[in-house]
Ligand binder design. Structure first.
Ligand code: GLU
Length: 501
């Protein structure tokens, strides 16, 4: 049996959009589930639309997500995997189509065509370059002797024929060929277009299943015709449902990203013209597996209640039959919830590693893994992102900056300054001579101290919290004292004392 081969064929005309990442993901899951191959091919024939660095952005995004192609620009025996490097391959097929009269040369320039289109429009009609109009136009079918440089080559769509296509999600679809345009296969600059290159490459790369976005369905009959003309077996096709923006109106686009505050790229993108930077899911703190989990559910649902899947679990559960027909709405809150759940399901060792990386980026080096693990275990349930673990525990790694007016206010210093200072000195004394890690003894000391000094225990804790955290927030005071070294505790208390003089 022919092995299962799928491909992701992005055009490097901009950064990788999460809609396209979903297409890559579905192809990847399908390939991995069925022990097939996942191929990456760059469709870079449209020179005018190419954008520098987008290829890199696509490659890096896939890499970050762990979607690694089995074949692609770097390896594989069906290459080259960039269409711009396959021009020599296409030549033979163009010749064949012309010879068989499945294609013809057309001589109109862009301007000519615009003029014709406008004339039709003026008469309230839509211009389609095909069997209904081509006999009155300037092409090799009417004037075969005419040899012109810069001619385009068009597909000769047969007149009044029913073209049948089959999409495994939608079943059979029939289209009357009179509605189809004789698509340009080779542009006047000699470059082939998507329509032709895509079909030739899928065939030569032995693609068995084509899974792509619904936005490509209009070119499906054209591709079907090309397969027929070449007498090639058509791969199995599936067009994925659209991803709608969070308000459910229209496709999730780059514009929504700004208007609706929805991140749209996996990784940040620096616009080479405007020089603005748009942050991606990675920079915003999302896990790649959470992004993939969210994307998988945009158009796919295996049934059941389970909603949190690792990439491995997605692979083992994936099946084309669970792909929905209807468009999927992007849910902004859902991705946060999914990230939260992924954070909870990570092992404490993984989280420790990630927290350490983030700390290092802030030039903070905390080498006691055991203590870090204890902090993480206490905090993680309140966090959706790794950076929140750090934000919520920063006082363990950095001495707080005390703010005098704030301290005056929360410690009611007008009234309690003297006693506060006294207490702080007594705590210093105690810490110097006792072991803070002996919980019972420490607790006894605090209660006795409060009693002796006739203050509420809650006020005593307030003083300690302000010294250690700088604010009235944070974990349990005994836990904080357990984690911080005695030396740090002393320094922080002294720090507060300094502000009381
Ligand atoms: N090159 C097309 C794109 O930019 C791919 C269409 C296809 O998968 O056939 O997305």
């Amino acid at each position: 049996m022919k092995s299962l081969r799928v491909r992701f064929a992005p055009s490097p005309t901009g950064p990788l959009h999460i809609g396209n990442l979903r297409t890559a993901l579905f192809n990847y899951l399908f390939a991995k589930k069925n022990k097939g191959s996942f191929i990456l091919r760059f469709e870079d024939t449209d020179k005018e639309r190419l954008i520098k660095k987008s290829e890199k952005h696509i490659l890096n995004s896939l890499k970050w997500c762990g979607i690694n192609p089995d074949e692609g620009p770097d390896n594989g025996k069906y290459g080259p995997y960039r269409q711009s490097k396959r021009k020599h391959i296409y030549k033979k097929y163009i010749k064949y189509l012309l010879k068989k009269e499945y294609a013809y040369s057309a001589f109109e320039t862009k301007e000519d065509l615009n003029k014709i289109r406008n004339e039709y429009k003026y008469q309230g009609k839509l211009f389609i370059y095909n069997s209904l109009t081509r006999s009155n136009l300037n092409n090799s079918l009417n004037d075969f002797k005419q040899v012109k440089k810069n001619a385009t080559i068009r597909l000769k769509v047969p007149a009044s024929t029913t073209i049948k296509v089959n999409d495994i999600l939608r079943g059979n679809i029939s289209i009357n060929s009179n509605y189809l345009d004789d698509k340009v296969l080779v542009k006047s600059d000699g470059n082939v277009t998507y329509h032709l290159a895509n079909v030739i490459d899928d065939h030569l790369m032995k693609i068995s299943h084509v899974i792509k976005g619904e936005e490509w369905i209009s070119s499906f009959p054209i591709q079907q015709l090309l397969y027929n003309f070449f007498n090639w077996k058509m791969p199995i096709f599936l067009h994925l449902p659209l991803i709608l923006n969070p308000i459910g109106k229209g496709k999730l686009s780059k514009r929504n990203s700004n208007n609706l505050n929805v991140p749209i790229f996996p990784l940040k993108w620096k616009d080479p013209i405007r020089l603005t930077t748009i942050l991606g899911y990675r920079e915003l703190g999302y896990f790649p597996e959470a992004l993939l989990n969210m994307l998988a559910f945009l158009g796919w649902n295996p049934g059941g209640n389970k909603e949190i899947f690792s990439l491995k679990e997605l692979i083992s559960t994936f099946s084309l039959k669970d792909i929905n027909f209807t468009s999927a709405r992007f849910d902004k809150d859902k991705i946060q919830w999914i990230n939260h759940r992924h954070l909870q399901s990570k092992s404490v060792y993984d989280l420790t590693r990630l927290v350490k990386i983030s700390l290092k980026e802030k030039n903070i080096y905390f080498n006691n893994d055991h203590k870090l693990q204890q902090i993480i275990l206490r905090i993680r349930s309140q966090c959706t992102f790794v950076y929140q673990i750090i934000d919520k525990s920063i006082y363990f790694f950095k001495k707080p900056r005390l703010n005098k007016p704030y301290i005056n206010k929360v410690l009611l210093l007008q009234k309690y300054k003297k006693i506060t200072k006294e207490i702080l000195f007594l705590i210093i004394e105690w810490l110097k001579n006792n072991d803070k890690n002996k919980f019972k003894i420490l607790k006894y000391f605090f209660y006795k101290l409060a009693l002796n000094k006739k203050i509420k225990i809650s006020y005593l804790f307030k003083i300690l919290r302000v010294s250690f955290v700088g604010k009235l927030i944070g974990l349990d005071i005994y836990f904080i004292m357990k984690i911080l070294k005695t030396n740090d505790l002393l320094k922080r208390i002294l720090n507060l004392i300094c502000l009381l003089t």
